[in-house]
Design a protein around this ligand. Sequence first.
Ligand SMILES: Nc1ncnc2c1ncn2[C@@H]1O[C@H](COP(=O)(O)OP(=O)(O)O)[C@@H](O)[C@H]1O
Ligand SMILES: [Mg+2]
Length: 358
Amino acid sequence: MTDMLSPGATIGILGGGQLGRMLSVAASRLGFRTHIYEPSANPPAGHVADQVTTAAYDDLTALRAFAASVDVVTYEFENIPAEALDALDAIRPIRPNRRALAVSQDRILEKDFLTGLGLTVAPYAAVQTLDDLHAAITRIGTPAILKTTRLGYDGKGQARLRSPEDATTAHASMMGAPSVLEGFIDFSHEVSVIAARGLDGSVACYDPGENVHKDGILSTTTVPSRLSPSQRTDAVLLAARILNALDYVGVMGVELFVTRQGLIVNEIAPRVHNSGHWTQNGCAVDQFEQHIRAVAGWPLGDGSRHADVVMENLIGDDVLRVPAIARERNAALHLYGKAEARPGRKMGHVNRITRGIA
Ligand SMILES: Nc1ncnc2c1ncn2[C@@H]1O[C@H](COP(=O)(O)OP(=O)(O)O)[C@@H](O)[C@H]1O
Ligand SMILES: [Mg+2]
């Protein structure tokens, strides 16, 4: 393929957190250089990158200089302002593309898009005023979850409504931000598909993992999941449809609720995903290398699973267990180089290989 970036080319990554860090490591394994763009000082990805630009997302001069110094621009988080993207994509390709970003930045656009593909999402209604919320509750019922339309992550920007009486408190907690009411899905479990699409349009999906959240934050991912073979097929086919519809290039995380009525799409993330970290120790080519391959125009790598793995996130004080985990057999530690262990902060993860598969 003529569009393949050669080793020695530079991948620009917007965002310097742990995902950017692991992308940067994967890129360097393939001989690429990386340049991180991150507003805050001393980002985890900066420790393992060739270059770091410390500047805000509204600093158009810094953005243009960054774009001019790289061969392709990718990102580790989806909340990049549109003006920043305008400045960048005048100079270099952005992969995954802007439509994928726009759709996933806004929970209502996202649900409209998914519904338009014929996929099932939770019942939903846009909410701005308290009256909107009452009307939405009349239609959708309770229990339900009110979420800010934009900028939510790790369960932040969400309020649960057990009964209609919770409306006032829930509405106040949105602090005026546009929001969406979602019917509460009585799922048996949660899974996600980590899917990749190359520049040539080929798609490869990892085996779906089963996710357990605590306090809205991912706690563990287990492969294999409890999906039946036909559910697994449904899951990867629907993920592939999403990627094709967006003409997507790169890795995407597709979060699903498993119910008796079938699979319901919770949300999509246009980037490598926490629930795909198990691939680092369960596959020949992990999600980070797969993403770099895709955005660099390389053929997708072999993502078939060669082990059963349980990924556990190390959040806040969990990091105090590192000395004990370091002594475990069949456990691979991945630490993010963050100095301070605040509650709810992702400090690292451990992949425990529970069984090898020949
Ligand atoms: N409509 C829903 N029904 C049931 N559980 C939900 C619903 N929406 C979210 N949750 C729970 O909250 C978690 C976080 O919500 P999510 O919408 O994925 O937000 P975030 O952007 O913070 O990941 C989900 O993984 C799921 O466990
Ligand atoms: Mg989520």
